[in-house]
Design a protein around this ligand. Structure first.
Ligand SMILES: Cc1ncc(COP(=O)(O)O)c(C=O)c1O
Length: 446
């Protein structure tokens, strides 16, 4: 059904501008259908080619998506809208927010003491001469990565994992190129891929990581890059196992046509060992963010890779943002060097483990299967996302609809355990069981 927003324009630029302003103003919401090309062309008295050009431009910029018989729709989170999309509205007062997917602020290391210590040895303000990766940070990162089996001779620093991934994809791929991404996978990555005008190819994920068959299929379909989450995969909690890593390394060996990107966002928070793919292909990058263990507001990730790939990222950084502030780099180095911070991070990892495994056990006790073998999320397969999200919201729990994370994967919802205390687990599991099986309080028979 065409939406009521009146798209205007006599040229493709004016038509795409009209759609964009509809999205910006909220008149066109995520998921809204756009008129068929011919219908809109007739309405605007322009040629179908003009409307097709406008839609093509909007598609390449990630504002709309064309999905076969579902027609052309506004993407879940088009890169012109601010804040949460209509799929993830802010929860009402009294509703516990399990939809946000962020680490537990109660478990992040306090920055105050480290900022105070930094103030004493920072020295005078520096100017453009500080444009660099701090050698001490690079050395510390190399040591930490090498301990996990990642060859890190070449290293640079970016403004977080997604910034690194954006620079990698931008440096290696062109609009229209295909990228293999986990399905379900991280919503922000799917948004980025759309915004760069790249074509996502979904690779199924089981608890051991991306499946071998899925990666092989993506390669056969011409994927130019593959993004793999090492541990705490968002949203399913998968972690690449030793066996899967071995098989994927063999599959990818020598593929000079593929950029391999690994995202180890869980980093020091992960309670499972890392089994890297790094170095399996000539072009590769391994990105480790500090967001999850030390705080998303730090906006820093280290990026290791082959010489050419790291040089492209560093060079592109220099041509744009310049560098990641050395004040921030010093702060991260300080956090890394403090054994009391390491102990806090380890305790946080154990706490997520208890809460995630505890919730899965409570759900299992009610006959509700759910996934999540590492990290901060539980992925709950459901028959209908909208009715589950609504029923849980009515029970004062906000959860994220799987649509944000899926390409072709089955419906599910994502629950982040960060805001939960252990006393919450049983009541939440009751609410989930009721939401999945209305009328049978606390009981869910599969
Ligand atoms: C899979 C994945 N990668 C990376 C990140 C962190 O990215 P950044 O370093 O840009 O904050 C997240 C945060 O939710 C994530 O889920």
């Amino acid at each position: 059904m065409p939406v009521r927003y009146q798209i205007t324009g006599a040229t493709s630029a004016a038509i795409s501008g009209s759609v964009e302003s509809g999205i910006r103003s909220g008149a066109l919401a995520a998921g809204d259908a756009l008129p068929a090309v011919r219908a809109l062309a007739a309405e605007l008295a322009v040629s179908p080619a003009t409307v097709a050009r406008a839609y093509q431009e909007l598609r390449q910029r990630g504002l709309i998506v064309t999905a076969g018989r579902h027609g052309t729709r506004v993407r879940p989170r088009p890169p012109v809208a601010g804040g949460r999309s209509a799929l993830l509205p802010p929860p009402a007062a009294g509703v516990r927010d399990l939809a946000l997917g962020q680490p537990d602020p109660r478990l992040l290391p306090p920055l105050g003491p480290h900022l105070a210590a930094l103030a004493t040895h920072l020295g005078p303000p520096s100017g453009y001469a500080s444009r660099a990766v701090l050698p001490a940070l690079a050395d510390a990162a190399r040591e930490r990565l090498a301990a996990d089996g990642v060859p890190a001779a070449e290293i640079t620093v970016t403004g977080g994992a997604l910034d690194g991934i954006e620079r990698l994809l931008g440096a290696h791929l062109r609009p229209g190129d295909a990228v293999a991404v986990e399905d379900p996978g991280w919503a922000n990555l799917l948004d980025l891929v759309a915004a760069l005008g790249l074509r996502p190819i979904g690779v199924p994920v089981d608890d051991d990581g991306p499946t071998e068959a899925g990666v092989a299929a993506a390669l056969a379909l011409g994927a130019r890059a593959l993004v793999v989450t090492s541990r705490a995969q968002n949203p399913t909690g998968a972690a690449v196992s030793a066996e899967r890593a071995g098989r994927l390394r063999a599959l990818l060996a020598g593929r000079s046509d593929l950029l391999l990107i690994e995202d180890d966002h869980a980093a020091e928070l992960a309670r499972v060992p890392l089994h890297p793919l790094a170095g399996a292909t000539p072009s590769w990058a391994f990105v480790r963010s500090v967001s999850k263990p030390y705080g998303p507001d730090l906006r820093l990730a280290v990026l290791a890779g082959d010489e050419a790939t790291v040089a492209r990222v560093a060079g592109r950084m220099r041509a744009g943002a310049g560098w990641v502030s050395t004040v921030l780099q010093r702060l991260v180095l300080d956090l890394w060097s403090d054994p009391s911070v390491a102990a806090l991070v380890a305790r946080a990892g154990e706490s997520y483990e208890r809460r995630r495994a505890g919730l899965i056990a409570e759900l299992a006790a009610r006959g509700v299967p759910a996934r999540g073998s590492s990290g901060i999320n539980v992925w709950l397969p459901v028959a209908d996302e909208t009715s589950t999200v609504t029923a849980l919201r009515d029970a004062d729990w906000a959860v994220a609809p799987g649509a944000l994370y899926r390409i072709g994967a089955d419906p599910a919802v994502r629950l982040t355990v960060s805001p939960l205390d252990e006393v919450d687990l049983a009541p939440l599991a009751d609410a989930v069981a009721r939401a999945l099986r209305p009328g049978a309080p606390g009981a869910y028979a599969t």
